[in-house]
Design a protein around this ligand. Structure first.
Ligand code: ADP
Ligand code: MG
Length: 236
């Protein structure tokens, strides 16, 4: 019966998720239908602003779908040695413009030059992009975001510390609930997707936050296991 219970629990979660997804996608779809109808009655010039809105709503549906697709992939898809520092550098580069535009400094700490895990580099990058984006979105102008890597007892800790608005305890507990967001343009899928990816990498998240002070999120992952089959035998 325990197994049955677990199955019905799972079905319940799937049902809730399906309802939430349907709701999130129905809103932009309803708006789209209305605007398309409006377009039929407008002359060419008056159509332009509606086309802009339509494009935005379509992008939102596309974005929500692409975030959800990550959940459909249960396992790490391509396992390889991942240079964590390199992935972090790429992530910071990707978000540099957004940071500069908001007058936010991103600092990558020195140390742990040899930071490798085994996993899927693209999925890991998605986690880092999500965390860095959240940090930027929570920070005001003049704030700094510190990114650090540390090695501790066979685990790699990648920490994103911001000086942003912070979160109350109840909010930290809700991170990972589908579509839980406080942002007008947020999807509230970031943490759900991140948790899924980190779980697949046998890692965990450690979050501490204080309202008005800032937030620190650490991704903790097991370091790469030395693989005997790839160890080089010195020639002669
Ligand atoms: P989204 O970014 O689309 O809102 P997330 O799952 O990434 O979805 O985050 C959920 C919510 O958690 C955000 O809307 C925000 O309120 C809060 N949050 C996440 N990261 C931070 C942070 N670094 N500082 C303050 N609040 C945060
Ligand atoms: Mg987010």
């Amino acid at each position: 019966t325990e197994e049955l219970l677990r199955k019905s629990d799972k079905l319940k979660v799937v049902g809730q998720l399906a309802a939430a997804v349907a709701h999130e996608i129905r809103n932009p779809l309803t708006a789209l239908k209305g605007f398309v109808k409006l377009l039929q009655t407008q002359n060419a010039n008056a159509k332009l602003p509606y086309l802009g809105i339509i494009q935005e709503e379509l992008s939102r549906i596309e974005f929500i779908s692409s975030e959800l697709l990550v959940l459909a992939k249960p396992q790490v898809s391509r396992v390889a040695d991942v240079d964590v520092r390199e992935v972090l550098e790429q992530t910071i580069m990707l978000l540099a413009t957004q940071a500069v535009m908001n007058n936010i400094e991103i600092r990558l700490g020195a140390g742990e030059e040899q930071a490798y895990i085994s996993g899927d580099g693209n999925q890991l990058k998605q986690v880092f992009v999500n965390l860095l984006k959240n940090a930027i979105e929570a920070s005001g102008p003049g704030c700094t975001i510190e990114v650090t890597i540390r090695l501790n007892e066979g685990e790699l800790g990648i920490r994103f510390a911001d000086q942003g608005c912070g979160m109350p305890e109840e909010m930290v507990k809700r991170l990972g609930e589908p579509f839980y967001t406080t942002k007008e343009k947020g999807t509230g899928l970031g943490y759900m997707v991140m948790r899924r990816i980190i779980e697949a990498h046998h890692g965990r998240l450690s979050i501490s936050s204080r309202q008005g002070v800032g937030t620190s999120v650490e991704v903790i992952l097991p370091v790469r296991m030395p693989d005997p089959s790839t160890q080089r035998v010195p020639a002669n």
